[in-house]
Design a protein around this ligand. Structure first.
Ligand SMILES: [Zn+2]
Length: 571
């Protein structure tokens, strides 16, 4: 069937399989949830406005992601009213939150319509522009001394369009002026109703940041957001730049790269926006804060700690807040479930002005996401792939502890100038670093009594069996999966992960920590090298797809994986 001249790429049967058998539900909380009922009336009213703000952000993210998203979505919604085939396609659209995206399993992106392709530059850049053309235009513009315009083009907060044979950048506050103004109104209404002073204050700054073409306003909003430890409501306007593969490609052109350095032009990939709304869970937050206490100590134990400045060691104070959150809504970037859905997130990222200006970070953990799982499939996976002696240590609940260590790991190690110097490899190395810090430092929490020996074993076994045994060969645009593949091969090559005679995976729990510390040291060396080639060599060496990986993936696919997510909203 056709939707606005475009044929749907999958048969009704194929869509049915994706939606009914390959989709995992993520159920968000409803108004019956105890934590919600306990809120003051003012805070409940504030939440209604924040949810409305989220819906508008979703339109912004759709526009950023693909030029045809908004149009195709509304056409699908129309058709879905009376057509089942269209309603299945709409479900897939809502899962990807767009016309196309990777599902984490298939090598090629999932593209809902024939002829509508996933774009490397999304809608940030003109869809008909090649990387070569992009680089050449920037070189020409720099040669004709248009330094400031090039600076804007390579900033995180602009949409880039053609203008004759050049490019021009449009600030988000201009391009999305209508949407941002509506969102600011909702945030101001929420600020009026909430009875939490700190939250009120933050919402005011965030509303202003949406109205002014001025990154310093984002910085102020971020700084006020990051210090909220004891507010009852969670609201985040996220700005992350994992989607854009075009901006960072400028580093691949030596001539352009040198010109950018010479003019002191910073290159930052484009931000996709998202909104998260929720309620802070006090018990879950307490556990996370126990981990937090150790971060300064861990910073001093990092390999080569004397060779770089670590953001968290700003004076004596640890500028990191952390909360565990029951989710009410996820919109925009958060709802683009393309190969996964995030279980926690530590913002702002290092490229943001507030971090550069000494602001802190806020780390939010997603309870409803981590609690969504398929217990039957987990059991089958263990039986088919893992040595029986290890089954007692598999516990998907402790994955949460790994995630806490991973998120804290982003706050340790060499700063963003080292990370960004790795060009196309920066995200892979940074995510891999955070994983490795979490695993290598986990015994420190045993020493300090936060967890016991048994739990430590569970963290290792559950991480390796739950995450490292990949469903499919990852590609460069899936940095977390690439990191897991690197670690898997490293542990195999160092004799920690082995195959038994019965073809099952076994883990040397005696020696794993020594090898993980060695891996951490090598990983920090890569960031310190600031060399794209060093990073590329490392990734090439360890991200190979072995016969063992292929075998594991085949078994997992036979068990049946659920690459798609459906966010079930109750507000
Ligand atoms: Zn991460």
């Amino acid at each position: 069937m056709k939707i606005k001249d475009y044929e749907i790429n999958y048969t009704e049967e194929e869509l049915k399989r994706k939606i009914e058998r390959e989709t995992l539900d993520i159920e968000l909380i409803s108004k019956d949830f105890a934590g919600y009922k306990n809120l003051s009336d003012g805070n409940k009213k504030a939440i209604d406005h924040l949810v409305r703000a989220g819906k508008i952000i979703n339109d912004v993210a759709l526009e950023q992601d693909h030029p045809l998203n908004r149009d195709m979505k509304s056409k699908l919604e129309e058709a879905a009213v009376e057509n089942h085939y269209a309603s299945l396609a709409l479900s897939l659209f809502n899962s990807l939150n767009g016309v196309a995206g990777y599902n984490g399993i298939d090598k090629d992106p999932i593209e809902i319509f024939k002829g509508i392709h996933l774009l490397a530059g999304h809608n940030f850049y003109p869809s008909d522009m090649s990387m070569e053309e992009f680089h050449q235009i920037l070189i020409n513009m720099l040669q004709s001394n248009e330094i400031e315009e090039v600076r804007r083009i390579l900033s995180a907060r602009t949409m880039v369009r053609r203008e004759k044979n050049k490019l021009k950048a449009i600030d988000y506050t201009q391009y999305f002026a209508a949407e941002f103004s509506k969102i600011a109104n909702e945030l101001e209404a929420a600020a009026f109703y909430t009875d939490d002073e700190m939250f009120k204050d933050y919402l005011g700054w965030q509303a202003q940041a949406l109205l002014q073409n001025n990154p310093e306003m984002d910085m102020l909003a971020d700084k006020h957001w990051a210090i909220m430890q004891n507010t009852p409501i969670e609201f985040t306007l996220s700005r992350e730049n994992y989607d854009d593969a075009v901006t960072s490609s400028v580093f691949e052109n030596e001539e352009l790269k040198n010109m950018l350095v010479q003019h002191g032009i910073e290159v930052v990939s484009k931000d996709t926006l998202g909104v998260r709304v929720g309620i802070v869970n006090p018990q879950g937050t307490e556990l996370i804060l126990q981990f937090r206490k150790h971060m300064s100590y861990l910073a001093s134990k990092m390999p080569y700690a004397d060779r770089y400045h670590q953001n968290i060691l700003n004076g004596e104070e640890l500028k990191q807040t952390m909360v565990d959150v029951d989710l009410i809504d996820l919109q925009g970037d958060y709802a683009q479930c393309r190969g996964g859905i995030t279980t926690a997130q530590n913002l702002p990222n290092n490229d943001k002005l507030s971090i550069k200006m000494g602001g802190g970070r806020r780390n939010v953990y997603h309870r409803q996401v981590r609690m969504s799982k398929d217990a039957q499939k987990e059991k089958e996976m263990l039986e088919k792939l893992v040595d029986p002696s290890l089954h007692q240590y598999y516990d998907s609940e402790v994955d949460h502890l790994f995630v806490i260590g991973h998120e804290n790991g982003h706050s340790l190690g060499p700063d963003s100038s080292y990370q960004n110097a790795l060009g196309a490899y920066k995200h892979i190395i940074e995510e891999h670093k955070a994983d490795t810090i979490s695993l290598a430092f986990m015994p420190e929490y045993v020493k300090s009594g936060v967890i016991d020996e048994e739990t430590l074993k569970k963290v290792y076994v559950s991480y390796i069996c739950g995450r490292m045994l990949l469903n499919a060969r990852p590609h460069m645009m899936l940095p977390h999966r690439m990191g897991e593949l690197i670690q898997f091969n490293y542990l195999c090559q160092n004799g920690i992960i082995k195959e038994t005679e019965n073809g099952k995976i076994t883990i040397d729990l005696e020696n794993i920590n020594r090898v993980l510390n060695q891996l951490l040291k090598e990983t920090i060396e890569i960031q310190l090298s600031r060399s794209v080639k060093t990073a590329a060599d490392f990734v090439e060496k360890y991200a190979n797809w072995s016969a063992l990986s292929a075998k594991i993936a085949a078994i997992k696919q036979e068990i049946g994986v659920k690459p798609y997510k459906r966010i079930i909203r109750r507000f």
